[in-house]
Design a protein around this ligand. Structure first.
Ligand SMILES: Cc1cc2nc3c(=O)[nH]c(=O)nc-3n(C[C@H](O)[C@H](O)[C@H](O)COP(=O)(O)OP(=O)(O)OC[C@H]3O[C@@H](n4cnc5c(N)ncnc54)[C@H](O)[C@@H]3O)c2cc1C
Length: 438
């Protein structure tokens, strides 16, 4: 198979969360040609998967979808999804990126997003887009407002259900299914690169902190709670994953991993206090009779209107307890038993909650080592050469950063930083152009 011809751009943006999309849009609006690559089958990053956003309580998918569409339809932006950079090298002042297109087992040029393959597929597996709750088909369009609207087949769970071809292949009206697709590399050449690869939740906190209780179905993560609260969530209402009951008492454990040197996360993740307060407020709307308790070390409400948001939550009756609880056991009915020392009263308390949400630390989603020569700081996030005056410059000239890949931050700060990164790229490209003209 011959490799596709290299594609030339002014900038390559790696990561199409809100940080990467905003950088790409700001550059494209200035007339620069931008390539965007994301390893997920859809653009939108974490923001498209959130319920509502603090402090305005806007519906997250309602405000993210127009941004995604604006980037996808912009004449100066080319988007490659389900792709990852394999190597990005600087050759004669320009970057040459080898990008690997992962196999969708669906020919993108032929797929119309009609979903007939998905309806025909007989196999259900847990839906990671819904926090592992609910089920999805093995071949599916990832979610209703995914961009692009292309089906992707999960080869690990596919058993080619029919003979000689699976039901998806029989159902596809455009012959788009290709079980033999292989990863394919292609080259993007760009004069600047922006890394906006975002975050994951710390993966191993629960096991370390709660031992055997870590796998309990009613001990969930903050991103799972986002899905339970989302308008198109797995159950369309808030139910306990363990038994489908409506919870009447829900607890949040703050700093689950953050500010803990023993876990290699000495920093504050900056968004957990606010999103837990937001989730608590949304829960109190969805389940007006439920008791909601936030166990915290300190409440950090530093942004515009954030302190007011916190006070509103207190006024709504959400209980704030200064303590770092441990989940010690479960009752036969599925509730979780927690023990803690109240830091204000000194009292030792044992208390039950129907569900517990862990406000897990944000850790970098990607380490550029071995792919591109951009340094990382001690905390694992990208290192800035001039953190005070030019915070979006990485250690390699021509490589910039935006969003949470540079350090934990909320959406407002990610958007502001994306604009700053776009401006730095523009300055850099103008200077390069001027030097070439001399
Ligand atoms: C539970 C929870 C609730 C939150 N609620 C709010 C809220 O209400 N309000 C608010 O302001 N903030 C909130 N936040 C924070 C918010 O999610 C982030 O500020 C925002 O999503 C950051 O966007 P980003 O683009 O930097 O990163 P991400 O959204 O993580 O996007 C990064 C993108 O990069 C891609 N990527 C990663 N590695 C690679 C690679 N190697 N190659 C190609 N692509 C790659 C990923 O697939 C992803 O699409 C919340 C966070 C959590 C955990």
């Amino acid at each position: 198979m011959t490799s596709p011809a290299p594609q030339d751009f002014d900038a390559l943006v790696v990561g199409a969360g809100i940080g990467g999309l905003q950088t790409a849009l700001d550059l494209a609006e200035q007339g620069y040609k931008v390539a965007v690559v994301d390893r997920d089958p859809s653009i939108g990053g974490k923001m498209i998967r959130l319920s509502k956003v603090f402090p305005t309580l806007d519906c997250s998918s309602c405000i993210t979808t127009p941004k995604m569409a604006a980037a996808a339809h912009h004449r100066n932006i080319t988007i490659h999804t389900y792709c990852e950079p394999k190597s990005v090298a600087k050759v004669n002042g320009r970057f040459e990126a080898t990008i690997t297109q992962k196999p969708r087992y669906v020919i993108a040029e032929k797929c119309t997003g009609c979903r007939l393959c998905e309806y025909a597929c007989p196999t259900y597996v847990p839906d990671e887009e819904q926090g592992g709750f609910g089920a999805r088909k093995v071949i599916r369009v990832p979610f209703s407002n995914a961009i692009p609207q292309l089906a992707v087949l999960d080869a690990e769970n596919c058993w080619i259900c029919g003979k000689p071809a699976g039901k998806c292949m029989e159902a596809c009206p455009t012959d788009a299914i290709d079980y033999f697709q292989k990863p394919q590399d292609f080259t993007i050449r760009a004069r600047a690169v922006v890394l906006s690869t975002g975050y994951e939740l710390i993966p191993d906190y629960s096991a370390k902190a709660f031992g055997p209780m870590s796998g309990h179905p009613n001990l969930i993560t903050s991103l799972q709670m986002e899905r339970l609260l989302a308008p198109h969530g797995p159950y369309m209402r808030v139910l306990r994953p363990g038994d489908g009951k409506e919870p009447s008492s829900i607890a949040f454990i703050q700093c689950a991993g953050s500010r803990d040197h023993t876990l290699g996360v000495p920093y504050c993740s900056r968004v957990c206090c606010m999103y837990s307060i937001k989730q608590a407020m949304l829960l109190s709307g969805a389940l007006p009779l439920a008791d909601i308790t936030i166990y915290y070390i300190d409440i950090r409400a530093f942004g515009k209107n954030y302190e007011q948001f916190y006070q509103n939550a207190q006024a709504m009756g959400i209980e704030f307890v200064k303590a770092k609880p441990s989940v010690v056991s479960a009752t036969p009915e599925g509730s979780l038993v927690m023990k803690y020392e109240n830091q204000e009263t000194g009292e030792s308390v044992t208390r039950e909650h129907d569900m517990v949400v862990q406000a897990l630390a944000l850790v970098p989603a990607w380490n550029p080592a071995g792919v591109i020569d951009a340094g990382v700081a001690d905390d694992g996030f990208l290192k800035a050469t001039s953190p005070k005056l030019q915070p979006t410059l990485t250690t390699q000239e021509g490589v910039f950063m935006a969003g949470v890949s540079a350090g934990p931050k909320d959406i407002v700060d990610a958007i502001v930083e994306a604009g700053a990164a776009a401006m730095e790229v523009s300055n850099y490209l103008t200077a390069q152009h001027a030097a070439a003209a001399e």
